[in-house]
Design a protein around this ligand. Structure first.
Ligand SMILES: Nc1ncnc2c1ncn2[C@@H]1O[C@H](COP(=O)(O)OP(=O)(O)OP(=O)(O)O)[C@@H](O)[C@H]1O
Ligand SMILES: [Mg+2]
Length: 449
């Protein structure tokens, strides 16, 4: 793509000379003889680069033009040209956002290099923006699939919580989307342009965790050959995602508590107190309240983390999301593999809905991926499903209840099963169950089905 350059210069010779010298570059070049003319052009046509003289006749001189360009679109690169006597202004121009200034008579190598530099940094910025947009769309709400009442509640919580700085604790079984929600919290927050730093506390040796998170000074321990900043410092201005927070030692938990309370800490082996502005998002697939009761997790830290709690429901508690997820992943995997999007037969879909998905959404994604990659069928039928799903009759036609279950448990299971067997058709389910539709809706809500 060719970029647009505007050369603003009142001396005709310099203006034409510059145009001639830059003609071999991948640029569309326009000329303006003074600031007023330039400003008119800029309002009609957007430019990537402007080269402008400082001293020019007319109402708008180079400095005024620079001010207006930067006010209109700060990403336009502006190179100033100075004759003798305007060096002072040229320095001011840099403060006002000019990329650089060159003295006249213009050295052609110099201007060529300067333009290359501006083009490169623009390309880099655009690349960064594209990457960020990709991240944002990955973590945007539209990539978290779900239309069940419990997922609606999650969306609402994420929407409200993302604006604040309060610590969030995300709980939920493995594969329910905790990391996805952490991303949505960050990328929908005012901190989205600062980093989201992640660390899995369960995957790092506990002896190293402290130095990973708080950093260390040179010589703090045997292998500390150089000073290293920790994740808290790297996340400054942004968010820190502490995954598997339950897998930490009490000593570590004390240190973490202090940062959450005071916003400050020291690097391992360091004396200097470091202050940071970081939003902490923690996640666990255990029940942290239980861990507290069992004495495995500090109660004071739990209260600090648990300012906002988002709990992701397991997939078996939101059966109506299963078809949405299946379609979503079928489309995604087919696209990734350059295959046309295939259908899922109603019987296969019923089996998917009937299965308990202990690995939750991650398991759905894995199952769909393996089916699509390993078979060439034009649709996904019962025969394509793994045995554990195709032959799972546990929930299909019968409900199993343990002695000790309450009437409510029984009712919940019966409603769930009926809904599954009618493929989610509520009117039909209400008829079979012999209750009114409104009553059924209320119960579906109450039971979080
Ligand atoms: N609601 C959802 N919509 C679309 N994709 C989802 C959803 N929930 C989870 N996923 C996908 O499922 C996979 C697992 O999600 P994620 O890693 O967020 O789970 P987790 O709760 O952090 O699991 P674990 O406790 O095992 O770390 C990811 O590929 C994620 O993109
Ligand atoms: Mg995770």
């Amino acid at each position: 793509m060719r970029r647009r350059l505007l050369i603003v210069e009142d001396e005709k010779n310099t203006r034409d000379g510059l145009k001639w010298a830059l003609e071999s570059k991948p640029l569309e070049i326009d000329l303006a003889a003074n600031g007023d003319e330039a400003w008119e052009r800029i309002q009609r046509q957007s430019y990537d680069l402007v080269i402008s003289d400082i001293k020019m006749p007319g109402l708008i001189d180079g400095m005024e033009l620079l001010k207006r360009i930067k006010g209109r679109s700060p990403t336009v690169a502006v190179i100033m040209l100075t004759g003798h006597g305007s060096i002072e202004s040229a320095r001011d121009a840099i403060k006002m956002g000019a990329s650089n200034y060159l003295t006249k008579p213009v050295d052609l190598d110099e201007i060529n290099n300067e333009i290359d530099r501006c083009l490169q940094s623009q390309a880099m910025r655009e690349e960064n923006m594209a990457l960020r947009q990709e991240l944002e769309s990955h973590y945007g709400f539209h990539n978290i699939i779900g239309s069940s009442p419990p997922m609606h509640k999650v969306f609402e919580q994420v929407r409200l919580a993302s604006a604040a700085k309060s610590t969030v604790l995300i709980q939920g079984e493995s594969g329910t989307g905790k990391e996805l929600v952490a991303g949505a919290l960050h990328y929908n927050s005012p901190r989205k342009n600062a980093p989201l730093i992640k660390i899995n506390c369960g995957a790092v040796a506990q002896s190293l965790l402290e130095s990973e998170i708080f950093g260390h000074e040179k010589g703090a321990f045997t292998h500390a050959f150089a000073q290293k900043p920790g994740r808290f410092e790297l996340a400054n201005g942004g968010s820190l995602f502490l995954d598997e927070i339950s897998e930490t030692t009490p000593e570590f938990q004390v240190k973490l508590l202090r940062v959450l309370q005071e916003g400050e800490f020291e690097r391992v082996g360091g004396a200097q107190t470091i202050r940071v502005d970081v939003r902490v998002i923690a996640a666990t697939n255990r029940n942290l309240e239980e861990e507290v009761k069992e004495g495995r997790f500090r109660e004071d830290l739990f209260f600090r983390l648990n300012v906002i709690q988002i709990t992701l429901p397991p997939l078996r508690r939101r059966v109506e999301d299963i078809p949405l997820l299946i379609h979503h992943f079928v489309k995604q995997v087919c696209e990734e593999n350059g295959r046309p999007i295939i259908d899922v037969t109603p019987r296969a879909m019923a089996a998917f809905q009937n299965y308990a998905w202990p690995g939750n959404v991650r398991e759905v994604r894995n199952v769909i991926e393996s089916i699509i990659v390993m078979s060439r069928s034009k649709e996904i039928g019962l025969k394509d499903l793994p045995d554990r799903i195709a032959n799972d009759t546990s929930g299909a036609q019968t409900i199993t209840l343990q002695a000790g279950a309450s009437l409510k448990d029984a009712e919940r299971e019966l409603i769930r099963l009926t809904l599954v067997s009618c493929g989610g058709n509520r009117a039909e389910a209400a008829r079979i169950l012999g209750i009114g539709r409104k009553t059924l809706y209320r119960k579906i809500d109450d039971y979080g089905l």
